[in-house]
Design a protein around this ligand. Sequence first.
Ligand SMILES: C[S@@+](CC[C@H](N)C(=O)[O-])C[C@H]1O[C@@H](n2cnc3c(N)ncnc32)[C@H](O)[C@@H]1O
Length: 430
Amino acid sequence: MREHDLLRGRTDYVGRTRAAPGSDLYASAAQLNELTIIDTPLSPPQQFYTALQRAFVQGEFVKLGLRAYDGTNRDLKTIDIKPVIVKREPRLSFTWHYKTRDVIRNHALDDAVTELEGLVGSEFRLAQLATTSGDWTLDFQGKTPRLKQSAPATTAPVSMSHDRQKDRALPAAGRVWMRELGIADKGGEVLPTAQDKFRQINRYVEVLAPLLKAIPEERLSKVCDMGAGKGYLTFAVADYLANTLKSDASVVGVEMRPELVTLCNGVAAQSQLSHLSFAQGTIDAFDCAGTSVLIALHACDTATDDAIAKGISAEAELIVVAPCCHKQIRREMETANARSPFDYLTRHGIFIERQAEMVTDGIRALVLEYFGYETKVFEFISDKHTPKNVMIVASRTKRARDPRILEEIAAAKATFGIRRHYLETATHLA
Ligand SMILES: C[S@@+](CC[C@H](N)C(=O)[O-])C[C@H]1O[C@@H](n2cnc3c(N)ncnc32)[C@H](O)[C@@H]1O
């Protein structure tokens, strides 16, 4: 018999439905508050589960990690468990980390413990529980299970309200597109797997809102979102324009992958966002005439430059880009013949990556300024949620082109040994 099978009997002391009511050891979840951990007669696993349940009930649960996988699934690595609120109920959210994907499942406390009983001691040899009152490690790597307790690494209570929809510009409830794009469930609750995306959508709308409001109504007629992908942010801007600003502006998402265009047009129809459409094609070939707002979020490498060039040639009022990778300039910097005072930085992979990012986006901002745009470059969301978090916002002014900016661009290129920035080609500057 395996260790965790032996442990089945331990459920008596925590008041689970299998326990015999009336038994001296029977306790309801509420009574767990009064339980104290004693060295006998509980086995190490029993003490561990008692600590776990008490922490959950008392709101002291921080996290639980299952480590040292010893099972038969070659792809399964670890499991991380955290407390969450789902439909106003406290739950334990299990993230199963496989080699190439994560799977999340939420459980009520009792089910969570049943699940853990089946895992800890047989498939995972180590369970590490962090609570605000103490940390616990249950170790099955030796002949017998051992329990170690230590002072808490964190004493800050964990916020379980991972879904503060009421404060959001675009709450999930009632939004067909959020449901259809896999952000929310049928009840309008944000799915645990879509929390970051949901936060990103709302942050993006928060950033965009004052910029859109600053455009005079008669000049806000067409928004182009270049490299729309699955359309999350295209839907967000279309929804915000139609339902919050009550604007008639049309929104078009341009995407080269036909299957995404078909999907998004279907969801737009279902969502009754009649001013929103998606067009299949490449950014450089798209006719942007009449565009008032040009957006490109995480369009790959030079696709961002194609998008900026389209916005400039359409004389868009607003150009908003969140660049993605910066390969073109990185390649230029790597193959530069000229010696640069920054060689000591660019000889390290991670530094050249960061440097290429700053140089690429710095020159993009200069080119936009040359064409009369006022630019701001900032982090629009914490890098906890995405490393692609730099945003360039350019607002059109009536300023005349200033040749000194071209000199600045030339000097920047010379410093880093760059022969050509793709945006210069796309805007016919070089
Ligand atoms: C990383 S995704 C970003 C999607 C979306 N903008 C977002 O932020 O969620 C980039 C998308 O741009 C599309 N894309 C890249 N280069 C493109 C181009 N030159 N023309 C049209 N679409 C392009 C890709 O197919 C992909 O769907």
